[in-house]
Design a protein around this ligand. Structure first.
Ligand SMILES: [Zn+2]
Ligand SMILES: [Zn+2]
Length: 357
C-alpha cells in the first residue's frame, strides 16, 4: 500500500509502497478515507521533541488524524465490525492501566502516539492499524462526513477536552484563544458552542476573519505596529474589564503562553494545548508569584479520553458543532510535504485534509 514516510527531518516525505498493517488480535485495520495534516506532523517532520525525549524516529509513517472504515477485525475484538466507520484518537491507550481503567485513556501510562512511534505507523497511508480497538476506536454515525471526522482529531478533540473537561468552561465566560491555527479555530468554535464569549488572537487577519465566522465575539490582531509590540493582555482587559475566565494557548510560543496567562482575571484558568517550538524547547517562564497571588490555575491538556467521544459526537449530530467548517483544503498524499513546508511560514489556514490516499 502507499504511505508517506519520514526519511529525513525537514526533507519532503517519501511516498513509498509499504507492507499493509499486521492485524493484532485486539486490533482493527482501517481503510483510511481522509487524514488531517496537523502542526504535530510539522513538529515531527522538523525533528522537534528531542528535549522531551519525544523525537519521531526516521522511517516513521506520519499521519494521526484518520477517518475511515474498518477493513479487518482482530479475533479478540468484541464491539466493532467490518464496515464500521470510526474516529481514532492519536493518543491510544492499552486499556488496562490505572489511567485507562479510570477513564483517562488519553494519558495512558503505557500508551501509543499514532503516527509518532514505530509500533504504530500513521495514517498518511491507505490503511492504518488501531491497537486495543475496543478501547480506542469511536464508532460514528453514517451521516458525519469523512472530512468532518478527519477534522475532529487530534485538534478538535484536544480543544473540546481542554475546554469542556479540563477548564470547565461555563456559559457566559470570557475566553481568549491565542493562536488561530486549526487547533485555535477549533477552540473558538467549541467555546462559542458552549456559550462562552470568545476573543480570538492572532497576528494574521485571515484566520481572525475565520474566527469571527466560527463564533468569536471579538478579535485582537497582535502583530507589531510600527515596530512596537501590541499589548495583547492590555487590549483584552479593555474588552473584558477584568480579564478572561479562561485563556488558551493554542500555539505554544513563549509569547502566546505568557499573553494567555497575563490576560486572566482573578481565579482564571490558563490552558496549554499548543506544543512549544525549538525556540522554547518545552520551557516558558511564567509569573509564578502572580499565579499564587491570584489563585490562578494552569492546566495542561492532551487529546481526549476515548470514553468521552460520545459527548462531542452528540453535539456534532445535533448540529451544535460543525468541525467540517474548519476544513479549508483537500489534498493528495503527494501534497503533504508541500503543506508541511507551508506551516513553516504560518502559511496555512484552518484544517487541511488528505482525501486522496
Ligand atoms: Zn493505559
Ligand atoms: Zn495533531
Amino acid at each position: 500500500m502507499r504511505a508517506a514516510v519520514l526519511e529525513a527531518y525537514g526533507e519532503p516525505l517519501s511516498i513509498e509502497s509499504v507492507d499493509p498493517p499486521d492485524l493484532a488480535p485486539h486490533g482493527v485495520v482501517v481503510d483510511v478515507d481522509a487524514c488531517g495534516i496537523c502542526r504535530s506532523d510539522w513538529h515531527a517532520w522538523q525533528g522537534h521533541g528531542e528535549w522531551a525525549d519525544d523525537q519521531v524516529p526516521l522511517g516513521q509513517v506520519l499521519g494521526h488524524e484518520p477517518a475511515g472504515r474498518i477493513a479487518r477485525v482482530g479475533e479478540r475484538v468484541d464491539t466493532l465490525d467490518e464496515g464500521d466507520r470510526v474516529a481514532v484518537p492519536f493518543n491510544l491507550g492499552e486499556g488496562s492501566c490505572y489511567q485507562c481503567r479510570n477513564g483517562h485513556g488519553n494519558v495512558c501510562e503505557d500508551g501509543y502516539a499514532l503516527g509518532f512511534e514505530s509500533s504504530v505507523p500513521g495514517a498518511f497511508a491507505e490503511q492504518v492499524h488501531v491497537p486495543h480497538a475496543d478501547f480506542n476506536a469511536a464508532t460514528l454515525p453514517e451521516d458525519v462526513s469523512a472530512e468532518a471526522v478527519a477534522a475532529l482529531g487530534c485538534r478538535y478533540v484536544t480543544a473540546f477536552h481542554a475546554l469542556a473537561h479540563r477548564a470547565g468552561v461555563d456559559a457566559g465566560d470570557w475566553i481568549a484563544v491565542h493562536g488561530c491555527g486549526g487547533l485555535g479555530l477549533a477552540a473558538v468554535q467549541i467555546a462559542s458552542a458552549l456559550g462562552a464569549r470568545v476573543i480570538a488572537v492572532d497576528v494574521r487577519d485571515e484566520p481572525l476573519a475565520m474566527a469571527t465566522d466560527l463564533g468569536a465575539e471579538e478579535t485582537v490582531n497582535g502583530a507589531e505596529l510600527e515596530g512596537e509590540a501590541t499589548d495583547v493582555p492590555g487590549v483584552i482587559e479593555s474588552i473584558t474589564e477584568t480579564g478572561t475566565h479562561v485563556s488558551v494557548d493554542a500555539l505554544g510560543r513563549a509569547e502566546t503562553c505568557r499573553n494567555s496567562v497575563d490576560c486572566l482575571r482573578i481565579r482564571g484558568t490558563h490552558v496549554q494545548i499548543g506544543l512549544t517550538t525549538a525556540a522554547e524547547k518545552g520551557e516558558v517562564s511564567l509569573p509564578i508569584d502572580e499565579l499564587t497571588r491570584w489563585d490562578v490555575t494552569v492546566v495542561g491538556s492532551r487529546g481526549m479520553p476515548p470514553s468521552r467521544y460520545d459527548e462531542l459526537l452528540r453535539m456534532i449530530d445535533a448540529g451544535t458543532l460543525e468541525p467540517e467548517r474548519l476544513v479549508t483544503n483537500r489534498v493528495r498524499l503527494e501534497d503533504v510535504s508541500d503543506r508541511l513546508a507551508a506551516m513553516s511560514e504560518y502559511d496555512t489556514r484552518g484544517v487541511e485534509v488528505v482525501t486522496e490516499l
